[in-house]
Design a protein around this ligand. Structure first.
Ligand code: ATP
Ligand code: MG
Length: 427
């Protein structure tokens, strides 16, 4: 049998309710802040990610799914993240020409060649947001507040916001030297990747997952102390705005993004309920990226939430939001079965969720399935009902039932809905 590839998985109907809940919540909360959805292609020219994420990163260096086009003259990559594609689309479609800020969000699958484990896959999904054309600290605070809003609306409580500033390009150049001077004497104690980064991308050593390296990094000079007064001011205002918004944070001096076009704010939102793969959301400011990719100088800030990790959290937290019918339609006999499909369609058109039993099996078996379906009532159509154009309405909790003309049933659907909402226990 052919099986799904390692690091990929099927999202089955039993789990889909969580995904739809996340998608609905994102759409609603970002819609209220007037962010617009954008859908960029899933594959792009490899060069976009090499320039847009950076060749020194793990993502580009080790994790990309890259192949040649059929023609053989173009290198293509399955997107490992969303920002590069959105920024390319922003430039290519001249969204900047509309002036002012662009508020965009996206969702979809991303691809990284990683070692699969809980919360870490090769095909995974993100929802992300980009605020383009805004240099103000209020932009940073707005996007962070929206990420928190989404996570809280989904019921997550034990969240931790880590934040840092990597300043502007000059600040970082200055800090890079300070950091290398500090790390040089510890060179032999660093993990292999970090040794390598000492010359290529030293800031990313701070972010190492190796415990020994982390210990060394903990005592490193802090980037905040290398910030220019303007950069420091930007960061202080962001922090003040978060306080005003009642959002708690911890400054994490080791939280960095190593590349030149990442500027100022970097942040991560973690959950204590996730174990090793604790980060649900990562983001920050990238004032240099649009220009790097050939667009006009455009300041920007954004984030991405990992949906698989969010689903794991929701599964621990809340009951499964599954799609259950309001009514379950049972029928048997040629005429009854024909009428039942028509009746199901008519009821569905009024807004009721109707599951039609298609088995043609004995009434008893159909009732059993009706009871398990989550419906609050069964509609029963047999030979006698079909003959008279009636239907039997049976409320499952009370067992109460009544025979009713099909046209009368269709005339009382508003009443039915009110009763169903009450019985399902929400409004
Ligand atoms: P990590 O340190 O966990 O590898 P990252 O820094 O590579 O994360 P980002 O590129 O910032 O992650 O992506 C944002 C979010 O996307 C992460 O916080 C995480 O929730 C999710 N994510 C990243 N990689 C994966 C993956 N392979 N499988 C599932 N989710 C992922
Ligand atoms: Mg990663």
């Amino acid at each position: 049998m052919i099986q799904a590839l390692r690091g990929t998985r099927d999202i089955l109907p039993e789990e889909i309710g969580y995904w739809q809940l996340i998608e609905d919540t994102v759409r609603e909360i970002l819609g209220r802040a007037v962010y617009q959805e954008i859908r960029a292609p899933i594959f792009e020219q490899t060069a976009l990610f090499e320039r847009g994420i950076g060749e020194a990163t793990d993502v580009v260096g080790k994790e990309m799914y890259t192949f040649n086009s059929k023609g053989g003259n173009k290198s293509i990559t399955l997107r490992p993240e969303g920002t590069a594609g959105v920024v390319r689309a922003y430039i290519e479609n001249k969204l900047h020409a509309q002036g002012g800020v662009q508020r965009l969000w996206y969702t979809g699958p991303m691809f990284r060649y990683e070692r699969p484990q809980a919360g870490r896959q090769r095909q995974f999904h993100q929802v992300g947001l980009e605020l383009l054309g805004c240099a103000a600290p209020r932009g940073d605070a707005e996007v962070i507040a929206l990420a928190i809003d989404i996570l809280q609306a989904l019921g997550l409580k034990d969240l931790k916001l880590d934040i840092n500033s990597v300043g502007n390009q000059e600040d970082r150049t200055k800090y890079r030297q300070v950091l290398v001077d500090y790390l040089e004497p510890y060179k032999n104690d660093l993990d292999e990747d970090s040794k390598d980064r000492l010359t290529r991308s030293p800031l990313r050593i701070l972010d190492s997952k190796d415990t020994k390296t982390q210990e060394i990094a903990q005592n490193a000079p802090k980037i905040i102390d290398s910030l220019s007064p303007e950069s420091k001011k930007h960061f202080d205002i962001v922090l003040q705005l978060l306080t005003d918004l009642n959002i708690e944070y911890q400054i994490n001096h080791c939280l960095v993004r190593g590349l030149d076009y990442y500027t100022h704010t970097a942040f991560e939102i973690k959950s204590n309920d996730l174990g090793a793969q604790a980060t649900v959301c990562g983001g920050g400011r990238y004032d240099g990226l649009v220009k790097e990719l050939g667009g006009p100088e455009t300041q920007a800030v954004g984030w991405a939430i990992g949906m698989e990790r969010l689903v794991i959290l929701l599964q621990k937290l809340s009951s499964n939001p599954i799609n259950t019918p309001d009514l379950y339609l049972v029928s048997r006999g040629e005429a009854a079965e024909a009428q039942s499909l028509l009746l199901a369609q008519q009821l569905r058109q009024t807004g009721l969720a109707v599951e039609l039993d298609l088995s043609g099996s004995a009434f008893g078996k159909q009732f059993k399935r009706g009871n398990r379906s989550g419906a609050v009532a069964c509609l029963v159509l047999g030979d006698a009902e079909a003959e008279n154009n009636t239907v039997n309405l049976k409320w499952l909790a009370s067992g109460e039932q009544q025979a009713i003309a099909q046209k009368d049933l269709l005339a009382m659907t508003e009443e039915l809905k009110t009763k169903i909402i009450k019985l399902k226990g929400f409004d």
